[in-house]
Design a binder for this molecule. Structure first.
Ligand code: F0G
Length: 464
């Protein structure tokens, strides 16, 4: 049987109205016109808008007939289980995910990421309570794993043999790993010379066919969209609604880690704008199901050079996306034409959040401050702290409010950036050179000494 036919059979359940016996059943629905969608599509056949997964089976008694309180207990009890699905910080929450046969799950035990307090960064931003949900502590070093376990598992369950993505580096690393674990072949399209070598090396190591296209991320997406139309290849970019479902669990996990007490603000970096959408979707579902009684404000931060959402909100109230030619050293978010902008905007509006942009120098400073807390992150994640500082100055975030930054990637994802920063040559030859003088006091260049005990002791004494 062809993969698409299998996919159809498997999805058929999703496109039929839920009955009382289908208590967890989900459907694909267009975010624009509201029509339910054909099984193996990523956009609405009628209006071309994105699709999202909804759960008619949750009404009226909750997922699988369970209340919020009973789910909270069930999820916590799974923490002592040795079952792979229970050890996954995504599938532990499977009652709020599209249903799948547990045998088909591809898991690297993703999720289960820590929340760290950041007292020094809090002081620097001018607030009292600042935390980081560190999604860089996932198996391949970024938040992408939480979505990839879901979408790759569904690809395998549907009988696909090939998966593919366009990427700024983290999606490709994650997809390559999950595809290999699941016995799938994978194709990666990345912008030539514009992703960190660490991320590139991951996709090679995990066994993907890795192609560097002589274009940017947006160009890679254009090519891939045509490829998947013509070939039986399952698209694992973040327009894939199963990715969003997996990523959504990071917000369930965060709230569980906070004893189900919502913070006042959650700040997320914005690239293709799927992660902010996923977190917002989870918060809406948690409120609807009675897990929480109020919504945190979700705000999205972009780099000044890759700011299509900020421009769209400022210049036309978010009516229409203004694509930009993206340029930033935070290569993970070097995206000018984000696919999920409407979903992200809906989240910002529904939660009362905002958008802001930050400069290259502000990103570098924030990254160094997060590093100096012993936590670290990749440059794209640091837009959250840089943006928070602006939101505090504007009075949007009050000093006594609790803020959670979503750190999306591990510091080792872009060691080049970090080394250049500490050597003091990150901004050499750029227009930011003058502005970057303010970073000097954060630079810690490696020292070279003779192999002498005295020399090391002298250094220690001078540092004391
Ligand atoms: N932070 C990191 C570390 C990322 O890799 C990305 C996106 C984002 C933030 C933005 O998230 O796209 O959901 O708004 N990286 C994608 C990739 C595009 O291909 O790895 P978003």
């Amino acid at each position: 049987m062809r993969a698409s036919a299998l996919l159809f059979l498997w999805f058929r359940e999703m496109t039929e109205p839920a009955t009382k016996t289908d208590l967890g059943v989900s459907q694909l629905k267009c975010i624009g016109c509201g029509r339910t969608a054909l099984p193996d599509r990523f956009r609405c056949e009628t209006c071309r808008d994105l699709l999202e997964i909804i759960f008619p089976g949750w009404e009226p008694a909750g997922p699988y007939g369970r209340s919020a309180n009973s789910l909270k207990k069930l999820w916590l009890s799974r923490k002592s289980s040795f079952e792979p699905a229970d050890q996954s910080g995504v599938w532990r929450f499977r009652e709020v995910l599209p249903e799948i046969d547990q045998e088909k799950i591809i898991t690297l035990r993703e999720g289960n990421t820590p929340v760290y307090e950041l007292p020094h960064c809090a002081r620097s931003a001018g607030i009292q309570h600042l935390y980081a949900k560190h999604q860089g502590m996932n198996p391949t070093g970024s938040f992408k794993d939480t979505g990839m376990t879901a979408a790759a598992s569904f690809a395998r369950a549907a009988g696909y043999q090939w998966v593919a993505c366009a990427s700024t580096g983290n999606t490709s690393a994650s997809m390559a790993a999950y595809a290999s674990r699941g016995g799938l072949r994978s194709l990666v399209l990345i912008p030539d010379g514009k992703i960190s070598w660490g991320k590139l090396s991951q996709s090679l190591d995990y066994g993907a066919i890795t192609v560097q296209l002589k274009t940017d991320f947006d160009g890679c997406v254009r090519v891939l969209n045509e490829v998947v139309e013509r070939m039986p290849v399952y698209l694992l970019n973040s327009v894939n609604p199963y990715r969003v479902e997996g990523q959504k669990t990071s917000a369930f996990e965060l709230l569980e880690q906070r004893g189900w007490e919502p913070p006042d603000h959650i700040i997320v970096p914005g690239g293709n704008l799927a992660n902010s959408s996923a977190i917002g979707k989870a918060l809406g579902e948690m409120k609807h199901l009675g897990f929480i009684s109020r919504l945190p404000k979700v705000s999205v931060m972009q780099a000044e050079g890759a700011n299509p959402l900020v421009r769209s909100v400022r210049e036309n109230g978010g009516e229409k996306l203004i694509p930009v030619h993206a340029e930033t050293m935070a290569t993970a978010i070097r995206i000018g034409n984000p696919a999920s902008w409407k979903k992200a905007l809906r989240v910002i509006r529904e939660t009362g959040g905002t958008v802001e942009q930050v400069s290259e120098v502000e990103i570098a400073l924030a990254k160094a401050e997060i590093g100096a807390e012993g936590v670290g992150c990749e440059p794209a994640s640091a837009v959250t702290l840089a943006g928070l500082k602006k939101l505090v100055k504007q009075g949007f975030v009050k000093p006594n409010e609790t803020v959670v930054l979503v750190l999306t990637g591990h510091t080792l994802k872009d060691a080049d950036f970090t080394l250049k920063f500490h050597r003091g040559d990150l901004f050499d030859g750029t227009t930011y050179q003058a502005e970057s003088g303010s970073l000097k006091r954060f630079e810690r260049s490696p020292l070279v000494l003779e192999p002498s005990v005295d020399a090391v002791i002298k250094l220690l004494q001078s540092a004391a």
